[in-house]
Design a protein around this ligand. Structure first.
Ligand code: FO1
Length: 307
């Protein structure tokens, strides 16, 4: 039976589940909508870390453990930049650099980020629909206690996610691309990846018309919180700082609110605080087999237990 599955993804957690879904579904059943709130300009180039993380993962080029960048990589250009006294806090590898050069050139020629991304992905043999959430720039601005407003990469990489975040905002005027709107309008199931709700998923959800587009399909989220800790990154502290709640799948479900129909969470998590249906299963994805198993389990659950 053909179904249209759309996944909303951030970086590493999104890429791991995307890999499982990519192999569990046929390429025309899956659309990945990826956060571009982390995008920034660096060394004069347009860098889209989450799009690249997902693209490299589907192309089997990503290091499984670290998640981002390319598996086989060298950093000669970074060393030269350092010698010239340039900015060296963001580790762009030599092979990765080719992606940013090609993307930046094609954007300068007037192509949209959506078409540039499809071109890069298909050159790497990735044939599902891989969509940036928007063709407009809509970087997340993190308001921090000590350093004021920071871009995501300044906060996460340059300041090692140490400054306390008090608020996150996005400039007005960015829209979901036509392709994103069409994919959601045709979706039977929307899966929110186990990515950071504040900095990976909210940038997508805050775009105009998203509430309406998520009303009809079944929407499920995979919890990025397991037994009180974030699977990866600074999410647990962000939940405490931004919502005043203890980190839990229920806190994540409350964050997503009305759009959510079900929550997928780690075995052994209590489900009593949830107001939506839930599936408890193994959600940690260390290997590609783990990702595939979780994708299969999610698809089975949504077919047997949800509308
Ligand atoms: N993350 C780091 O912690 N340090 C880095 O130097 C770094 C470089 C980098 C280069 C390309 C790329 O696509 C991602 C990179 N990341 C790096 C990961 C990235 O900052 C974050 O994982 C995502 O933006 C969060 O979703």
């Amino acid at each position: 039976m053909s179904r249209q599955v759309v996944m909303l993804c951030g970086g590493v957690g999104g890429a791991r589940l995307a890999h499982g879904m990519y192999h569990a579904l046929s390429q025309d059943e899956l659309t990945l909508i990826v956060n571009t709130g982390d995008d920034f300009e660096h060394w004069g180039l347009q860098i889209c870390p989450d799009l690249d993380t997902v693209m490299y993962s589907l192309a089997d080029l990503a290091p499984v453990e670290r998640g981002w960048g390319l598996e086989t990589e060298s950093f000669e250009a970074l060393d030269m930049v350092k010698r010239y006294g340039g900015e060296d806090w963001f580790a762009l590898g030599d092979r990765d650099l080719a992606t940013h050069l090609m993307r930046s050139q094609r954007l300068r020629e007037g192509h949209s980020l959506t078409s540039v991304t499809q071109g890069l992905a298909s050159s790497l043999g990735v044939h599902c629909s891989l969509l940036p959430m928007s063709d407009d720039s809509c970087a997340s601005v993190l308001m921090t206690e000590d350093w004021g407003p920071l871009s995501f990469q300044q906060w996460f990489v340059k300041h090692q996610a140490k400054p306390t975040v008090r608020d996150i905002s996005w400039a007005y005027g960015a829209n979901a691309s036509v392709q994103v709107q069409e994919a959601l309008a045709a979706a039977d199931l929307v899966v929110i990846a186990p990515s950071n709700p504040y900095v990976s998923i909210d940038p997508i959800l805050q775009l105009p018309k998203m509430d309406n587009l998520l009303e009809r399909p079944t929407v499920i989220a995979v919890s990025p919180i397991v037994h009180g800790e974030a699977v990866k990154g600074p999410l647990a502290q962000m939940i405490r700082d931004l919502s005043g709640q203890a980190p839990s799948p229920a806190a994540v479900a409350r964050h997503y609110g009305e759009c959510l129909d079900a929550m997928i969470m780690e075995s052994g998590e209590p489900s009593d605080a949830l107001s939506v249906q839930s599936l408890r299963t193994s959600t940690i994805m260390k290997t590609r087999d783990d990702s595939r198993r979780l994708a299969d389990r999610i698809l089975e659950f949504t077919e047997s237990s949800l509308k």
